[in-house]
Design a protein around this ligand. Sequence first.
Ligand code: NAP
Length: 251
Amino acid sequence: MSTDKKVMIVTGASRGIGAAVAMLAARRGYSVCVNYRHRRDAADEVVAAIRAEGGQAIAVAADMADEAQVVQLFQAVDRELGRVDALVNNAGVLETQMRVEDMDAARVSRILATNVVGALVCCREAVRRMAPRHGGRGGAIVNVSSVAARLGSPGEYVDYAASKGALDTLTIGLSKEVAADGIRVNAVRPGTIYTDMHASGGEPGRVDRLASSIPLQRGGTVDEVAGAVMWFFSEEAGYTTGSFIEVSGGK
Ligand code: NAP
């Protein structure tokens, strides 16, 4: 299926923000790899919606917490779409809301494995393909962080917030490390966005509960986040690296 289109990998693209990024990227001419972990049905729906609009996409299963599966994901993209130009590290998890005094190490390790280690391994695989030193032609990476990195999520999930702080530092460090290779690395920090993620924290109605505490008085949409992610891949962002856009209604 390899063509001369630019190739983008979006991790965790079967639902929520990742699915919206995949759809928008396809509309902007990318061949898109829609990564997912469990929900093959949802990933297939995203691919079908992209193809229905005349776009190109494949669904590839890989658990970001498993290094070998991440490597296989990139190899599948090499084979089926061609060398990757753009990576969106979007897959992210949180667990039931609780205070730090009640958390165990296994829970924190699970969160870090996907949100930090998985993102770093994806960056490694992308740089190995994008850097001219490795025969690449440059590229761009966007990490989907969270305003939780700045707010800390007290009483809910400080572990998740800490993982996003680590992702922000990865963004800054890697952006400087690979700038001379023609690779830009940036991040988007969403605020409170309508997706299934809040149900994983045990509170499906969390966005509506918090709406009145958000300066713009509402939760955000996945399309509003996708627009910011895609700006970092645009020509207008050519001089922007190591930067952050907050899509948080002013929170
Ligand atoms: P979501 O609706 O819960 O969707 C999560 C997506 O990630 C799904 O596609 C899921 O795949 C995938 N995924 C989860 N763990 C994975 C793993 N280990 N390997 C591969 N894929 C995995 O989440 P969302 O709200 O769209 O969140 C997307 C990103 O935005 C996350 O990084 C999150 O931290 C960040 N964010 C969200 C909000 C918000 O308010 N929603 C705010 C700030 C930041 P399956 O369908 O196969 O399960």
